[in-house]
Design a protein around this ligand. Structure first.
Ligand code: 5RP
Length: 246
């Protein structure tokens, strides 16, 4: 993980344009890691969208050949098609060389909170299957402790929602079913499930243990804690001279 010295501590709000510049810089740096012939996992969210755009540009300029994407969501698939990246399903590939994905929070151990885009289940499958998972974030995502700001997204089978909420409360969390913007009902994931956002007001002390505990609840499909497998995090930072550094 690269964090320029003097970087403001995470969760400090940034001007949206500056944040977008940082995400773009990280996306541009990340595409340099892709090689012709590779099968690439494609994450979901605004940072991954910029990565997909940059990757598409290298492919359309002929700088990268025979690159295929494995999309982690409907959104990633549509964006890949628009960018000119051919995609294959997980069932059509025998490997994923490298996966690029965003995150909502990342700590110094490269443990993550993901799921702001409700795609963490397939993101975890793709990122874990990849020979290498590379996480792309701007400086606002780097935290000293996971969970103080961002809730843990939990994907839940619809018919099991009430007992799962009870179990999440028993774990000390404050669960809330994620609703659509217009508040006219719960959002439904690409996989047909509900999302419960669980706040842990004192932060998360043992993310690896909590990841397992939540997944042990019957009816939980997957949660947004990603612990112990990410090998590389690229962080876009605005340095003291207002330059963007990755
Ligand atoms: C989607 C995710 C995203 O990677 C995460 O929410 C970060 O998104 P963004 O790059 O838009 O900040 O986990 O499920």
């Amino acid at each position: 993980m690269t964090v320029a010295s003097g970087a403001p501590s995470s969760s400090q709000a940034l001007d949206p344009e500056v944040q977008e510049d940082l995400k773009r810089a990280v996306a541009k740096k990340a595409v340099e890691m892709v090689q012709s012939g590779q099968i690439v996992g494609l994450g979901t969210g605004s940072t991954s969208a910029l990565f997909i755009e940059e990757l598409g540009q290298l492919i359309s300029k002929g700088k990268l050949k025979d690159v295929y994407g494995v999309a982690t969501s409907y959104q990633a698939k549509v964006l890949s098609r628009q960018a000119g990246i051919k995609t294959l399903s997980l069932n059509e590939v025998n490997r994923i060389d490298v996966a690029f994905d965003g995150a909502d929070e990342v700590d110094s151990q490269m443990n993550l909170i993901k799921g702001g885009g409700a795609a963490h289940t397939m993101e975890k499958v793709v990122d874990k299957l990849a020979k290498k998972a590379v996480i792309l974030v701007d400086q606002t995502k780097v935290v000293s402790q996971l969970g103080l700001v961002f809730p843990v997204a939990v994907e839940v089978l619809q018919p099991a929602i009430t007992p799962v909420l009870r179990s999440l409360l028993a774990l000390g969390g404050e669960p809330e079913i994620r609703s659509a913007l217009r508040k006219d009902g719960p959002i439904v994931t690409d996989l047909g499930n509900f999302i419960v956002d669980v706040r842990f007001p004192n932060g998360i002390k043992d993310a690896a243990a909590l990841e397992k505990e939540i997944n042990n609840i019957p009816g939980v499909v997957e949660n947004g804690l990603f612990t112990g497998f990410v090998q590389s995090v690229l962080v876009g930072v605005r340095d003291g001279n207002e330059n963007v550094v990755v």
